[in-house]
Write a protein that binds this ligand. Structure first.
Ligand code: HEC
Length: 143
């Protein structure tokens, strides 16, 4: 039952994400119309070239991670600098997408909760977005 609700929410999130992409498309279409171009649905705009780390930075901010995390200092949650050196990519993606089940089932996450006392909330981040955040954290840690 819970799984079903979660996957519904997941698809809604994905729909929202796709719609954001469409909004960008509208802008392009208006520009083309203003320029007298013959724009139509057949001319789908090319997706914006953006690297995963930059996408990840946006998700990190829009999902409110910044409220509790810094890259380089400890805040409400752990310092995320060099987190990829102490955990695997798989673990980090799992922690970002489902912190609630991680602090129940995973030994490391449980120890973190014991240390920080605040449970990290589930922000309904998709695995794809979590992968982008991972790339962002790696990029920032290397600076
Ligand atoms: C309300 C504060 C809060 C928010 C918001 C939050 N976190 Fe956390 N995060 C924590 C705490 C506290 C922990 C330690 C585990 C726990 O207590 O649940 C943690 C743990 C983590 C860890 C594991 C760190 C380590 O040292 O292994 C990662 C990675 C992480 N958070 C990423 C994120 C990302 C990405 C977001 C945004 C989607 C986010 N967090 C949002 C508080 C937060």
């Amino acid at each position: 039952m819970r799984g079903k609700i979660q996957s519904t929410i997941l698809s809604l999130t994905i729909c929202g994400f796709l719609m954001t992409g469409c909004a960008g498309g509208d802008r392009e279409e208006n520009n083309a119309a203003a320029g007298g171009g013959n724009s139509g649905l057949s001319q789908a705009p090319a997706p914006e070239a953006s690297d995963p780390a930059t996408e990840g930075e946006e998700v990190f901010q829009s999902k409110g991670c910044v409220a509790c995390h810094r890259i380089g200092s400890r805040l409400v949650g752990p310092d995320l600098a060099n987190v990829a050196d102490r955990r695997t990519r798989e673990w980090i993606v799992a922690m970002i997408t489902s912190p609630d089940s991680m602090v129940r089932a995973d030994e490391t996450a449980r120890a973190l909760l014991a240390e920080y006392s605040v449970p990290m909330p589930n922000a309904r981040v998709t695995p794809e977005e979590a992968g982008q955040i991972f790339e962002y954290l790696v990029r920032e840690s290397g600076k």
